[in-house]
Design a protein around this ligand. Structure first.
Ligand code: NAD
Ligand code: ISE
Length: 339
């Protein structure tokens, strides 16, 4: 840390999310500064570092992690590159905020879990940022209060305007539905025990090799059923909604009614067009909370167990999707470090 105690952060991967996190730490977050950016694409790294005093551009994560002016790492490279960066950071005992997913499959997530246990203390927070969204936080507080009785069902909707080129059926689960896997586990405080994935007839707006939308059903170990409509080419906006159905009432978030207008014989509002807009506050709160905890020498937020459990549910989800049947989730015993 600098003399004034600012956390010196290396951001690994400076694409869509990484560039946004660099901007966030530079302009919004207090108590931290970006001292290193890393991208396998040197031009991208250089352009991310431009305009930030004392920020060095690298093409190798290891080189940034070895630098004297790096105290902590934010990983925003694509999921398949996370394991190598996480293991290197844990090897140097560096605090990490790792974008979701922790890793794209359960075996690699387990290797990260084992590496952190070997270190003997938690170092990694996983970027399941919906836990920092005001509406999700209100829903969690309400469910935890017990006011509505026990939750019985959870209905989720996750809609994107359009999927990026090359988006596959497996990515629909691993990149998109992984968020609902985490919020279901977190909101209910239960593990997901089995998954099924059903498909209606596909929309003509999806790429030819992508079945979109799809409908996932989770069974939790506490007997709750959660469903997820995932529709990544809905065309009209970015919508994330959740409704908990409990014994004595229901609670719903994500309707986006912050501003309602009446004009020209119509009433209505606008719909966010992407996650950066919809979850801006959540990303800000997530990064600030990580910086604050790291400066206090603590690790808070979603941990490696959460990342591993979500990866195991994804694996079952992708199998359910390809085999067309309900699939049970296989989890190792939860280690003491994460209880
Ligand atoms: P992106 O493709 O826009 O950017 C990834 C960047 O990483 C690229 O610039 C690429 O050159 C670079 N890169 C690739 N391999 C690398 C490596 N080994 N080391 C360093 N850099 C490397 O991807 P994105 O959309 O920004 O996604 C990045 C991460 O953020 C993914 O884990 C993704 O799932 C996550 N994400 C999270 C959210 C959210 O809502 N929390 C939204 C989008 C993406
Ligand atoms: C993307 O990677 C995200 O994490 C977004 O939050 C999600 O809505 C989108 O579907 C994913 O592709």
């Amino acid at each position: 840390m600098t003399q004034r105690g600012a956390l010196q952060v290396a951001v690994i991967g400076t694409g869509r999310m990484g560039a946004d996190h660099v901007r966030r730490i530079h302009e919004v977050t207090s108590g931290a500064r970006v001292t290193a950016v890393v991208d396998v694409d040197p031009e991208r790294a250089k352009s991310a570092a431009a305009g930030i005093d004392g920020c060095t551009a690298y093409t190798e994560p290891a080189a940034a992690m070895a630098a004297d002016d790096v105290d902590a790492v934010l990983i925003a490279s694509p999921g398949p590159a996370h394991e190598a960066a996480l293991l290197a950071a844990l090897d140097q005992d560096l605090p990490v905020l790792c974008e979701k997913p922790l890793t794209p499959d359960a075996a690699s997530a387990l290797r990260v879990l084992e590496a952190e246990q070997k270190l003997g203390h938690r170092r990694v927070q996983v970027g399941f940022m919906r836990r920092y969204d005001t509406e999700y936080m209100k829903l969690k507080a309400l469910l935890d209060s017990g006011q509505l009785g026990r939750p019985l069902m959870l209905h989720n909707r996750h809609r994107n305007v359009a999927s990026p080129p090359g988006f596959t059926d497996a990515m629909l689960i691993n990149d998109s539905v992984v968020h609902e896997m985490d919020v279901t586990r977190w909101l209910l405080g239960q593990e997901i025990a089995a998954v099924n994935v059903l498909r209606p007839r596909p929309s003509d707006h999806a790429a030819e090799d992508l079945a979109d939308p799809q409908f996932a059903v989770f069974e939790t170990d506490g007997g709750v059923l959660a469903d997820v409509e995932i529709f990544v080419n809905c065309g009209f906006g970015y919508q994330v909604q959740a409704e908990a159905v409990c014994e004595r009432g229901t609670a719903r978030i994500g309707d986006g009614h912050a501003l309602v207008t009446n004009a020209a014989a119509r009433w209505g509002g606008t719909i966010a067009q992407d996650f950066v807009e919809r979850f801006e506050d959540a990303y800000d709160r997530q990064v600030q909370s990580w910086v604050d905890a790291t400066r206090r020498g603590e690790v808070t937020g979603p941990d490696v167990w959460d990342g591993y459990a979500a990866a195991a549910v994804c694996e079952a989800g992708v199998r359910a999707q390809s085999e067309g049947r309900r699939t049970e989730v296989e989890l190792v015993r939860r280690p003491a470090l994460y209880r």
